[in-house]
Design a protein. Structure first.
Length: 164
């Protein structure tokens, strides 16, 4: 028998915070014609391009933590909006490379500025972007994200009836 937590669990709070931030970013970048997921893609692509990379869709999926199929769908929509270019990788004809267009770079730079201002507001309760509490919070989140998930156990007699 499992004990019921007296308050919200960490998982519930992380889920609520992720949803709150997603909605806030969606609203902030909507005037630029972007969704939060599209912003994550173009902002990551912008950073990778600044580092001299021209990533494939797979590399961008790995970088963002988004599913490759979802990155492909987002990339097609962003290509239709003329914000990115998708080209075949000359080294691997199965791979598609992504790059921001000139318009994509301009929109992304605006979106980054808008989201940075939003982050300043959202992190004010911790003392702001550069505060020690914010750095500690970021370190804790990074530790959680860097921890690999254990593979799922197949259901058998030893796991039947077990509570999580």
């Amino acid at each position: 028998m499992s004990k019921v937590s007296p308050g919200p669990t960490p998982g519930f709070l992380v889920w609520r915070l992720a949803n709150k931030w997603r909605v806030a970013v969606d609203r902030a970048v909507a005037p630029l014609g972007l969704t939060h997921a599209q912003y994550a893609l173009v902002a990551s692509l912008y950073g990778m391009q600044q580092a001299g990379e021209r990533p494939s869709q797979r590399q961008l999926a790995d970088h963002t933590g988004l599913e490759a199929l979802y990155v492909s769908k987002l990339a097609r929509a962003l290509e239709s909006a003329e914000l990115i270019e998708r080209t075949r990788d000359p080294r691997d004809p199965r791979a598609v490379q992504l790059a921001l267009t000139g318009q994509g770079q301009a929109v992304t730079r605006q979106a980054i500025d808008v989201v940075q201002e939003l982050h300043r507001q959202l992190l004010e309760p911790l003392g702001g972007l550069e505060a020690p509490r914010t750095r500690a919070f970021t370190d804790e989140l990074t530790a959680l994200l860097d921890t690999p998930l254990a593979p799922s156990l197949p259901k058998n007699e030893s796991t039947q009836g077990a509570t999580s």
